[in-house]
Design a protein around this ligand. Structure first.
Ligand SMILES: Cc1cc2nc3c(=O)[nH]c(=O)nc-3n(C[C@H](O)[C@H](O)[C@H](O)COP(=O)(O)OP(=O)(O)OC[C@H]3O[C@@H](n4cnc5c(N)ncnc54)[C@H](O)[C@@H]3O)c2cc1C
Length: 429
C-alpha cells in the first residue's frame, strides 16, 4: 500500500487548492514545498480574480489575507516624458463576490491557503525539495526528496512554470524564450492613508494599473502597479527572447520605471521591503503541457494555465481552478474504486469544459497578436504622445483643427498598419 493516495509537489495556489479539496473529501494527501513556508518562493504581479476560490470557499475574502478590493482600473501608454491613461473606476466591480478581484501578496496569501489545506487534513511538509519522480516501469509511484522516498497512487505536479519534473516525464517541453516572460517586482511600503490620498481611494479600495511602452523600453511586455493595504507592488514583465537580444538589464529598466515622472510621485518616500523576479508563461494554449500521464496530473503554471492579454493577466485564478478540477477528478476516480491512470484521463475533458481551457481557446490568437505587433509597444505610445501633446498645447501660433493636428502623426505610423493592427487586435482580444 502506498504512503499516501496523493502527493502534491509545490504549495503555490494550485497545489494548496488541490490539497484542500482532496483532504476535505477524505483523500489522504501530502503537500510538499521546497520553500521554508508556502509563498516564500512565489511571486505574482498582484491582482487576484476571486471567482475560482469563491466557488470553493464562499466568502473567503472576509478571512483571507487579501489586501484591497480593486475598484479602479487604469491602462496607460508611456513614453519617456509622457503618460496617456484610460482610467475607469466603478463601485459595481465586485458587488457580486464571484466577479470581485483583490490585490494580494503571495507571502501572506499562499501561507494562509496552505494552512486551510492543513486544517482540512492534508499533511504539509516544508522545506522539502522533490528531486525526481519515483518510477516503476513507466508508471509514477511516488517522489524522491533527498534521502526520502515517498509513494502515492497519484502525483500532482504544482511546481510552477519551470516544472523540471514534468519535463523529466516528457509532459512538457523546455520553455521557449518567446513563450515566457521574465518579471521583476518591488514591494514598496507606504502608510495606508498616503496610498489612499495618492490614488484617490477609500480604505480597502484598490487600484490596478498596467503600462505599455516606456517601462519595457518598447520591448514586448509591460509595467504594472497594484495598491496593497500598506504597500505598492510595482514591476514589469518582458518576453525572455526580447530581453536576451536587448543590451538593457531588467533591474535598470525597473529603476527607470520607478523614476518615471508619472510614477516617482506615487512611490515617493516608500521603503523597499521586497524584491523578486520570476518567469511567467505567456504562450497561452500553444504552450500547454500534456496535462495527464502515467499517474501524474499537472496543475497551474506547470501545465501552462496563464493568459496575458495586455489589459488583464490571469494565472492565479486558473491555478486555483485547475487545483480544484484535478482534485475532483481524483475524488471521482476514488469513488469508482479506481485510483489508476485510466480514470485520470477524465482530467483533460474536465478541463475542456472548464473556464480555463474555454478561455484559452477563446484567446488562442492573443499571444501571437501580442508577439507580432511590436508597434503597440513602441510606435503607438509615441504616436499617442504626439497627438495629445499637440491637442493640449496652446501657444502663439494660429489654431488648426484637431483633425489636421492628428493626421501627420497617424500617417507617420501608417494608416494601413493602424487598420491592420486594430483588426487583428479586435479578432484576438
Ligand atoms: C511578474 C508576474 C506578474 C503576474 N501577475 C499576475 C496577476 O496580476 N494576476 C494573476 O492572476 N496572475 C499573475 N501572474 C501569474 C501567476 O503568478 C501564476 O500563474 C501563479 O502564481 C501560478 O501558481 P502556481 O501555484 O501554479 O505556481 P507557483 O505559484 O509558481 O507555485 C509553485 C510552487 O512549487 C514549489 N516548487 C517548485 N519546484 C518544487 C520542487 N521540486 N519541490 C517542492 N516544491 C517545488 C515552488 O516553491 C512554489 O511554491 C504573474 C506572474 C508573474 C511572474
Amino acid at each position: 500500500m502506498a504512503d499516501y493516495e496523493v502527493i502534491i509537489v509545490g504549495a503555490g495556489l494550485a497545489g494548496s487548492t488541490a490539497a484542500y479539496c482532496l483532504a476535505k473529501a477524505g483523500v489522504s494527501v501530502l503537500l510538499l514545498e521546497r520553500g521554508d513556508a508556502a509563498g516564500t518562493k512565489n511571486m505574482t504581479g498582484g491582482r487576484f480574480y476571486a471567482h475560482s476560490l469563491e466557488r470553493i470557499m464562499p466568502g473567503f475574502a472576509e478571512k483571507a489575507p487579501v489586501e484591497r478590493k480593486v475598484l479602479r482600473e487604469t491602462i496607460s501608454m508611456m513614453t519617456e516624458e509622457s503618460c496617456f491613461s484610460i482610467d475607469f473606476n466603478s463601485q459595481k466591480f465586485g458587488k457580486d463576490n464571484g466577479s470581485a478581484s483583490y490585490t494580494v501578496l503571495r507571502g501572506k496569501f499562499d501561507a494562509w491557503l496552505a494552512e486551510q489545506a492543513e486544517e482540512a487534513g492534508a499533511d504539509f511538509v516544508a522545506p522539502t525539495h522533490v528531486d525526481r519522480l519515483l518510477m516503476e516501469g513507466d508508471k509514477v509511484i511516488g517522489v524522491v526528496a533527498g534521502d526520502e522516498t515517498l509513494t502515492a497512487d497519484v502525483v500532482i505536479l504544482a511546481d510552477g512554470v519551470n516544472s523540471l519534473l514534468a519535463q523529466q516525464l516528457g509532459m512538457k517541453k523546455e520553455l521557449a524564450p518567446n513563450q515566457v516572460g521574465v518579471g521583476v517586482k518591488e514591494v514598496l511600503e507606504l502608510p495606508p492613508q498616503v496610498i489612499n490620498d495618492r490614488f484617490g481611494l477609500n480604505d480597502n479600495e484598490g487600484t490596478a494599473r498596467l503600462f505599455v511602452g516606456e517601462p519595457t523600453n518598447g520591448m514586448v511586455g509591460g509595467g504594472f502597479l497594484y495598491t496593497n493595504k500598506d504597500s505598492i507592488s510595482l514591476g514589469l514583465v518582458v518576453t525572455v527572447d526580447q530581453m536576451m537580444k536587448s543590451p538593457e538589464r531588467l533591474p535598470d529598466l525597473m529603476e527607470k520605471f520607478k523614476n518615471h515622472p508619472a510614477i516617482a510621485p506615487l512611490v515617493k518616500d516608500a521603503k523597499l521591503v521586497e524584491y523578486s523576479a520570476h518567469l511567467v508563461p505567456e504562450g497561452g494554449i500553444h504552450m500547454l503541457a500534456t496535462v495527464q500521464k502515467n499517474n501524474v496530473l499537472l496543475v497551474g503554471d506547470a501545465a501552462g494555465f496563464c493568459l496575458n492579454l495586455g489589459y488583464t493577466i490571469r494565472g492565479m485564478d486558473y491555478a486555483i481552478a485547475s487545483g480544484e478540477i484535478a482534485a475532483q477528478t481524483i475524488i471521482d476516480a476514488k469513488e469508482k474504486g479506481a485510483l489508476s491512470d485510466a480514470s485520470f484521463t477524465a482530467y483533460k475533458s474536465n478541463l475542456e469544459q472548464s473556464v480555463i481551457l474555454r478561455d484559452m481557446q477563446t484567446y488562442r490568437n492573443a499571444p501571437g497578436f501580442i508577439e507580432h505587433t511590436p508597434r503597440m509597444f513602441n510606435e503607438y505610445p509615441n504616436m499617442i504622445e504626439e497627438i495629445f501633446q499637440s491637442l493640449f498645447t496652446v501657444n502663439d501660433q494660429p489654431a488648426v483643427l484637431a483633425m489636421k493636428k492628428f493626421m501627420p502623426y497617424v500617417k507617420r505610423a501608417g494608416l494601413l498598419n493602424l487598420a491592420k493592427d486594430a483588426w487583428k487586435g479586435v479578432k484576438a482580444l
